[in-house]
Design a protein around this ligand. Structure first.
Ligand SMILES: CC(=O)N[C@H]1[C@@H](OP(=O)(O)OP(=O)(O)OC[C@H]2O[C@@H](n3ccc(=O)[nH]c3=O)[C@H](O)[C@@H]2O)O[C@H](CO)[C@@H](O)[C@@H]1O
Length: 364
């Protein structure tokens, strides 16, 4: 099997692709894989670091307003299609899979033009612009939320869940909080704002640190790689107690998550897949800056069954954060109930389900 995968921009599009590759390698150790990403997206560092063959192309997104930049976007897209056609002819994939982000638009479009079988994976309840465009050309569309069904061609749709859920569910974690100078027998609250960090979550957490310092539970605050210096700057005159640890990024999230008592975070689709696969209680602060407010829909799917609490970003302050965090962290029974509800929503075999579809597309 020769699989070409593309997805990029943010972690939410990259990690499902990596989980699919992992599942393929497990089933077929001789499979050859090529990942095509954008030059500047997170994938250009995350993917090569995993030892996966990686090629890049330059591409950018459309501006919502009418702008000259959009001509450059179209030019880069066409150039990218041309470049990736060459990569496809060279690598000769049996199937090409796109997991979202602009770069997958060029790669999957090029593959469809060359009559290579194609599949896209839609992680969200509201379909992204790239997948909406690609849906006309691809052979199959793997999806997670039923809400996506009426936005895409019904005859191509296969419900699979998010492959990252399987990676999260299957991991045998040997992670110890001692790596972070924390204790293994104290409940730990993990705070992170998606793959890039979220300024409002960071500000509320900074405001809450004097209170977190006095709690019996531990707090791991992940700022986002690019926002770490800014956070540390704001904290230069603030005492941070031993039970609070601040990190720019966690690169081994599947190992860390099983050791977490509760999460405060955004409601990105891939984060949610992990949270439910592991059955972790959460306080979700949906990003109001995403297409059609889809993170609120994602978060509601957990909140309605008692798996998560929601704080609207507009209501998020140090005080509201502390109040909800205390409620959850000081009540073991509540956390257990939420954990059970969360786990009910998980799809722990999602990577195999996507892989089955991929393999069914391979021509003999
Ligand atoms: C602002 C934005 O456009 N967000 C979108 C983006 O979110 P984003 O890229 O933030 O994606 P998600 O929240 O879905 O997933 C984040 C991923 O990054 C990982 N992670 C995060 C922090 C860290 O320190 N280490 C780490 O490994 C998480 O474990 C998870 O696997 O893609 C998602 C999936 O299409 C969408 O639902 C989100 O709406």
């Amino acid at each position: 099997m020769r699989l070409m995968v593309s997805g990029g921009g943010t972690g939410g599009h990259i990690y499902p692709a990596l989980a699919l590759i992992k599942a393929l390698k497990k089933r077929d150790p001789d499979a050859e894989v090529m990942y095509v990403g954008s030059e500047r997206g997170l994938e250009s560092t995350i993917v090569p670091a995993k030892g996966i063959p990686f090629k890049s192309t330059r591409i950018q997104g459309f501006k919502r307003s009418l702008s000259l930049e959009n001509f450059k976007t179209i030019y880069l897209f066409l150039k990218s299609v041309h470049e990736t056609k060459k990569m496809i002819k060279e690598f000769k994939p049996d199937v090409v899979v796109g997991t979202g982000g602009y770069v997958s638009g060029a790669v999957v479009y090029a593959a469809a033009h060359l009559h290579v079988p194609t599949l896209i994976h839609e992680q969200n309840s509201v379909v992204g612009i790239t997948n909406r465009f690609l849906s006309r050309y691809v052979d199959r569309i793997a999806y997670v939320f039923d809400a996506a069904l009426d936005q895409l061609p019904a005859n191509k749709m296969v419900k699979t869940g998010n492959p990252r859920a399987q990676e999260a569910a299957e991991v045998v974690s040997h992670f110890s909080w001692q790596t972070y100078q924390l204790k293994d027998d104290v409940p730990t609250l993990l705070i992170f704002g998606g793959s890039q960090g979220a300024p409002k979550i960071n500000l509320a957490t900074i405001a809450a640190i004097p209170e977190f310092n006095q709690r019996d539970y531990q707090v791991v605050f992940v700022t986002g790689q690019k926002r770490y210096d800014n956070v540390m700057d704001r904290l230069k005159d603030v005492t941070v107690a031993e039970n609070v640890v601040i990190k720019p990024y966690i690169s081994n999230m599947p190992e860390v998550l099983p050791k977490v008592a509760a999460i405060v975070g955004r409601a990105g689709a891939t984060s949610i897949a992990e949270i439910t696969a592991d059955g972790i209680p959460s306080i979700l602060i949906p990003s109001p800056y995403v297409t059609a407010d889809h993170q609120t829909k994602n978060a509601q799917s957990l909140a309605t069954v008692g798996a998560a609490e929601i704080i609207k970003e507009a209501d998020l302050t140090g005080e509201t954060l502390i109040a909800k965090a205390d409620q959850l962290m000081n009540d073991d029974a509540l956390r257990q109930d939420m954990a059970a509800a969360s786990k009910q929503l998980g799809v722990p075999d999602a990577a195999d389900r996507v892989l089955d579809v991929v393999l069914s597309l391979k021509k003999d």
